[in-house]
Design a protein. Structure first.
Length: 468
């Protein structure tokens, strides 16, 4: 009797190891397909434009200061190259974002078209007047420009700029050391730096997956509408007001420079960290001889407000989460089969255990393959139904009765239903799963509370004849 028991346990251990290896292979396949999905999204971004970060508008001017310093062998010419910039007092950004899916083969990602009206006002531009640091020096400044930077300039479809109501010629690039991608316009000649200044920009920008905006003004107001019903708001600032429905969302932000370091970070040429590609570290602003030390680049990230156009039903993420329950499913199924075998005096071969476990495992493979072509809930229903029918039919013969096989199939169906519920839950998945396991354990304990385990082990039950 002991040899039979130990042989059975050894066989079940071997079956468990084989099934565990199979589950690991399926899990690896799911993650490989998930990686291919991410590669497809990256491919779309490389062909179109990546996630976008919008910075500006900003008025800047490049200057050069020249002076003569005393050297050991006489006067030595010196120079200092520097930039001066002025952020707007009031910045208003209003726009709409139309989102659509772009696919590479079976894999799709969200592409947005952002059409916006940007209005910026300055009380004056006196800060652009050349600042002399060395006595007796001369300062020469180029023409002041109005610049608007983005993280991926390939996404710019249109940019129209008006300064104080007059249309301007838009040029590609910003010629800014830290934010080179974008557009710029030359300020009108003879502009009064002491007078109020206003700029209006109509911008059409394309990108993938997420949009970020730098709150550059002393007061920044952003209003955004979209047809995408699943936004994710993040970054350093959440919307002050938002409304999300099946038709899309509306969100608005109001941010003061008193609550944000964005303006100061931009003046210090901090990095844009939320775009598809981080802007290059800015080179030193000072280009002088050994008498003037070069400044180190600023590596801090500029604060932004962000919205991501997420896919709430990422089939590969859900499939990956589902496979994590695979071993638990197999263990619960083995427990159920073992109870039938033990309580009814049946004999179930380890090979039969293996086939039941294999049917449970193949469900996850069916799920990920079908979900690439069908909606996730439909793929789940088809895969679960196929496995429940197969297991109900097989265990009815294995347990020698449809009266035993059908309840077993119903239990498997309940397990799949519980798994689907856990996949839909995020915040409460752990507590629901823990309660479900507690209920299963309590049921097993109640069913076996009167079993004489030693008596059962001493007996060697004869196999039951198969009932047609």
């Amino acid at each position: 009797m002991k040899s039979i028991i130990f042989g059975k346990l050894g066989g079940l251990l071997l079956v468990a190891i084989l099934l565990l290896l199979g589950l690991q292979q399926i899990t690896g396949l799911v993650r490989e397909r998930k990686s291919l999905h991410q590669d497809a999204a990256t491919s779309v971004a490389q062909s179109l434009a990546g996630s976008q970060t919008l910075l500006g508008p900003l008025v800047q001017v490049s200057c050069t200061e020249k002076w003569t310093a005393k050297g050991e062998k006489g006067p030595v010419p010196q120079r200092r190259d520097f930039n001066m910039a002025v952020a707007p007092s009031v910045l208003n950004v209003g726009g709409t974002s139309q989102v659509e899916a772009r696919a590479r083969g079976l894999h799709a990602t969200q592409v947005f078209t952002f059409k916006s009206r940007i209005t910026a006002q300055w009380t004056d531009l006196k800060a652009l007047e050349g600042a002399r640091q060395f006595a007796g020096s001369t300062v020469q400044c180029r023409s002041a420009v109005l610049m608007l930077a983005v993280s991926d300039a390939r996404g710019i479809r249109q940019a129209d700029v008006r300064i104080n109501g007059a249309a301007q010629v838009v040029q590609a690039g910003t010629h800014h050391a830290a934010y080179p991608r974008g557009v710029q316009v030359d300020l009108p000649a003879g502009i009064n730096l002491g007078a109020p200044f206003k700029a209006e920009i109509d911008l059409e920008l394309v990108g993938t997956e997420s949009l970020s905006i730098v709150p550059l003004g002393d007061t920044t107001q952003v209003s955004l509408t979209s047809n995408w019903p699943h936004p994710s708001f993040y970054g350093q600032f959440l919307p002050s007001e938002r409304k999300v429905s099946d038709q899309g969302f509306e969100a608005s932000w109001r941010i003061s420079a008193l609550a944000s370091s964005a303006q100061q970070s931009v003046m210090n040429e901090g990095r844009l960290c939320n775009g598809s590609r981080t802007q290059e570290d800015p080179p030193p602003l000072v280009a002088t001889t050994e008498a003037v030390t070069a400044t180190a680049p600023n590596t801090a990230c500029v604060e932004t407000l962000d919205v991501s156009f997420i896919d709430p039903i990422n089939t590969y993420s859900l499939s990956d989460r589902a496979t994590k329950y695979g071993l638990l499913f197999i263990a619960l199924t083995f427990v159920a089969v073992g109870l039938f075998e033990f309580m009814q005096g049946l004999r179930v071969h380890p090979v039969q255990y293996f086939l039941v476990g294999a049917a449970i495992s193949i469900f996850f493979l069916l799920l990920v393959s079908l979900s690439e072509h069908l909606a996730f809930h439909l793929a789940y229903a088809i895969a679960a139904s196929a496995c429940v029918l197969l297991l109900s039919c097989y265990t009815s013969h294995m347990l020698h009765s449809w009266k035993r096989g059908l309840p077993f199939g119903a239990g498997i169906a309940a397990l799949y239903g519980l798994l689907y519920m856990l996949l839909q839950l995020e915040q409460t998945a752990l507590v629901v799963g823990a309660l479900a396991l507690f209920v299963v354990l309590a049921a097993v304990m109640m069913l076996t509370r009167k079993v004489d385990w030693y008596g059962r082990l001493r007996a060697d039950p004869a196999p039951q004849p198969e009932t047609p």
